[in-house]
Every structure is written in C-alpha cells, then in structure tokens.
Design a protein. Structure first.
Length: 287
C-alpha cells in the first residue's frame, strides 16, 4: 500500500524525460493518492479521472481512438478505480525485478469500452470483461473500469496480467519456433481470416481448442507470423490460474502440456522468471 505524501507538489517520473501529461497531483481521495503514489513507487503515470478529448491527449499528440469509443471516453468509476489501482500496485511489486518488461509507462483507466467482437467472445466464456489498448508511445488504456457488473477478482487479476505483458511480447519477445510449430497450422494466416474455434461472435469451441493446444480464447486469435497472443495466453494462464485447475488440462491434453513445458523453460532461461513461483504469489493477492 502507498503512504500518501504530505505535500501536494508535482512529482515527475523519468519516463522519456517528460513530466506526466496531464500533471498528476496528490488529492484528498484514496484514488488520487494511489495514482500519485505510482510516480514515486513505479515511475508510472497513472490516470483514472480523464474523460472526453482530454483522455486522448498526450505529450506526443492525440491518441486516435475517438471513433472506437462511440460517444466518447468517460472517466473510470472512482470506487472501482481504487480496486484496480491496488491490484496494479501489487502487480508491479510482484514484477519489480522485471522493470524492462513494462513497455507502457502511462496507464489510463476509463469507465466505458469500445465495441469488439473479441470482447464478446471472451466475455461469453467468463474470461474478460475488459479491453486493453496500447500505442507505440507507451500509453496503455484499460476500459470498463466501472460498477455496471459484479466485480470478479480472479478475472480482473487475469486481465491485468494481459495488460502488463502484452506490449512486451508483441514488440520484443521472440516466440520459440518449437512452440509456434505445435499449433502452426491453426493460427490465422492474415488478420481478416476467421478465428479458429469461434463458431459465432459469442460461441467458442473450448473442447476443440484445448485439444489443439490452446488454453484461452485469446490464443487462436494469433497470426501465424507472430503468435504472441498464444504465448501470452500461456504466461497469463500459468500465473493467474491455480495449479490444480490447470492440471486438469495438463494431464489430459498433450499439446497443452508440450506448449506449457516450452513456456516454463523459455521464460526461465530467457528472462529468469519462475512462472510457477509467480503463480503461487499471485494467487495470494487480494484486495
């Protein structure tokens, strides 16, 4: 937990040598104090109260997302934002030795989302209610931070892990060929191809997908040239799901076990990350 600073001075992080934009000040609410604390603890620019065009303005110019949010961006619900901020704090503490993996240094929590068939597919199977988006300048947007649905701790923790790892795997990590070859004939060839195992916008063939080596609906969305979504789905699945739950597939689905072994070994060798140890720690995180 953060300790609120006594003064209300502006803290600047060294993210690209620029001060937060807009400036972040310590307020009197719990959410504002948590957001302010991210600058000192994690050198992270965290926002939860931006809306409209202001939410899309950065020191690099505007983010071109207005049309994807329909009627415009609304600020996150403050009560729900507090929950998210506390969990994000725990997540950054957990990965404090892996600062280089966090590509996005500017995070924005917003109250609404934008239409997405992917969101519908994941939501239908209880995987995620939230959308994440990042741009190459390092801004990460987490949507649907509101009280319109019952809060689910495990799903929220899973979604936050996706937000943490996504940009790094997309930009910097080389997926081992031995991993991608296991489901290589199933990945989409181009972005406009239909997604394997999705029989409709909200129906997902989980039995067929797991037989083919996918542990999450995010995996089949991968494109064969760079299946980073599939790789990330394994990393997040290992960390976010209890071992006993994962063993149901590891013991009965050979392709899942084969891909799991590669992910475990590669993350240990390439990054020094013991995913099972992180899983044990992440399971204990609450609010």
């Amino acid at each position: 937990m953060f300790t609120a600073c006594e003064s209300e001075e502006i803290i600047s992080s060294d993210f690209d040598g620029k001060v937060p934009y807009p400036l972040i000040e310590e307020g009197t609410t719990e959410a504002s104090q948590l957001a302010y604390g991210f600058l000192e603890e994690h050198e992270l620019h965290m926002y939860y109260d931006l809306e409209g065009e202001e939410a899309l303005q950065t020191e690099y110019g505007a983010i071109s997302l207005a049309s994807r949010f329909g009627d415009g961006i609304i600020a996150a619900d403050e009560e729900r934002a507090v929950v998210f901020l506390k969990l994000i704090d725990e997540m950054f503490d957990l990965f404090s030795d892996y600062r280089e993996l966090q590509f996005a240094r500017r995070w924005i929590l917003v109250g609404n989302g934008f239409p997405s068939s992917t969101a519908e597919q994941l939501n239908a199977y209880g995987y995620s209610r939230d959308i994440l988006y990042y741009n190459i300048q390092g801004t990460q947007i987490l949507s649907n931070v509101n009280n319109t649905f019952e809060f689910n701790l495990s799903l929220t923790k899973e979604m936050l892990l996706f937000a943490y790892f996504y940009a790094y795997f997309d930009n910097y990590y080389d997926i081992p060929e031995e991993f991608s070859s296991i489901s290589g004939d199933i990945y989409r060839q181009y972005t406009f191809y239909s997604v394997p195992f999705y029989t409709s916008a909200t129906e997902y063939d989980e039995e067929g997908a797991t037989d083919a080596g996918f542990v999450h609906p995010w995996g089949p969305i991968s494109i064969s040239l760079k299946p980073h979504e599939d790789w990330e789905s394994y990393v997040v699945w290992i960390i976010s799901r209890p071992k006993a739950e994962r063993d149901l597939w590891l013991d009965t689905k050979p392709l899942i076990k084969a891909k799991y072994d590669i992910v475990i070994e590669s993350m240990e060798n390439d990054l020094g990350m013991d995913l099972e140890a992180f899983s044990t720690q992440w399971q204990s995180v609450g609010i």
